[in-house]
Ligand binder design. Structure first.
Ligand code: KG4
Ligand code: ZN
Length: 347
């Protein structure tokens, strides 16, 4: 029996994404980004994002279907990000998904964006062994999760108590005069720098913090430390060594993320670590995770960078997983929930 053909729609932030998946195979993928429209504001402007989704959703849908070589009639189920994310942006995707589901008489699955960042790895590496530990690092979230059964829910072990990892990259890039979003330019600049040249703080790693926040993260102190360091240089009239600052900041983030993820795997006796979200595209994070996990016999799974940042394929991948697990579809009047908790995989 052929596996169901699932279409996924993503509009939670600034990317309009549509993907088509059969089982664990990605058949078609299309993306339209409004990132250039937000760049001059240094962050995503919700109204601008919503308008861009509205303009992009129909053509992006068509491109993804064409890319997969199928029509809407061939699709067995439609999955859509129902949350968390920007309320107005989510609404565009959810309304579009409902329209397509109603018109083509297809079941609809309203799914969690963060669970989709975990599920997307199945398109690259096949079924996820459970239990697994997931490190989810994006512009809005940084969490460590225990994944016992992705179709039913995940168990949060820890999260950031202030800034998300991606947010820290974006803020530090801004103060180094690098463009938005800050992850990719910091990643590039860091290749020319020495990550050991400046020792920046590692948040929530001191013994007194570990007692209460063993699996939590904090990046706001790091961001402030970088700002103070850069200011001191400027005050002395000295040039800021952008590559060294970028590399040392990146090293601090990646050190903490990998150390805590491995600690979670060891504490739970779990042998698989999956990393997802936009920051998982970071080259140093990928290399350091590989290097450190190898020492502990932990298998690390990170999808290719294009699948780490927001896209439609990740939503289709989670939808496909839910259909295969026999999870019931959502109601056609499903709401968009900008604050959907991590524990809700589908509504
Ligand atoms: O998952 P994502 O595309 O959107 C959210 O759900 O937030 O993540 C976007 C975040 C941004 O903060 C961006 O700077 C960061 O991911 N990012 C990176 C890299 N590529 C994107 N951070 C570090 N290194 C990268 N190569
Ligand atoms: Zn995301």
């Amino acid at each position: 029996m052929t596996e169901p053909l699932v279409l996924g729609i993503e509009t939670s932030c600034d990317e309009t994404g549509v993907g088509v998946v059969r089982g664990h195979t990605l058949l078609g993928d299309a993306l339209a980004s409004s990132v250039d429209e937000h760049a001059r504001f240094g962050g995503v402007v919700p109204e601008v994002a919503s308008r861009a989704h509205l303009e992009a959703i129909v053509p992006t849908m068509q491109r993804a279907l064409d890319d997969a070589g199928v029509t809407l009639a061939d699709i067995d189920a439609i999955a859509v990000t129902a949350g968390p994310g920007l309320a107005g942006a989510l609404l565009v995707g959810v309304a579009a998904a409902k329209g397509y589901a109603l018109a083509a008489e297809k079941p609809i699955y309203g799914v969690n964006h963060l669970a989709a960042h975990v599920a997307v790895d199945t398109l690259e590496h096949g079924p996820l062994p459970e239990p697994a530990i997931a490190l989810l690092v994006s512009g809005g979230h940084s969490s460590l999760l225990l994944v016992d059964d992705l179709a039913a829910g995940v168990t949060p072990l820890g999260a950031t108590i202030d800034d998300a990892a991606g947010e820290a990259f974006d803020k530090v890039a801004r103060l180094l005069g690098l463009p938005f979003p800050g992850g990719p330019p910091i990643d590039r600049a860091a290749r020319e720098g020495d990550g050991a040249s400046i020792v920046f703080p590692r948040g929530l790693t001191a013994p007194k913090d570990l007692a209460r926040h063993r699996f939590d993260f904090s990046f706001s102190g790091l961001k402030t430390a970088v700002a103070r360091w850069v200011e001191a240089r400027e005050r002395m009239g000295e040039p800021v060594p952008v590559a060294h600052v970028a590399a040392s900041f990146q090293e601090a983030v990646c050190d903490v993320l990998t150390a805590k993820a491995i600690d979670a795997c060891r504490e739970r006796g779990v042998e698989t670590l999956v990393i997802g979200g936009g920051v998982a595209a970071n080259s140093r994070l990928r290399a350091l995770a590989e290097e450190r996990c190898a020492k502990y016999g932990i298998t690390v799974r990170v999808p290719r960078p294009k699948l780490c940042t927001d896209n439609g394929a990740m939503v289709a991948a989670l939808g496909s997983h839910l259909v295969a697990a026999g999870v019931a579809p959502s109601r056609l009047d499903l709401p968009a929930d900008s604050a959907m908790p991590l524990t809700t995989v589908s509504v």
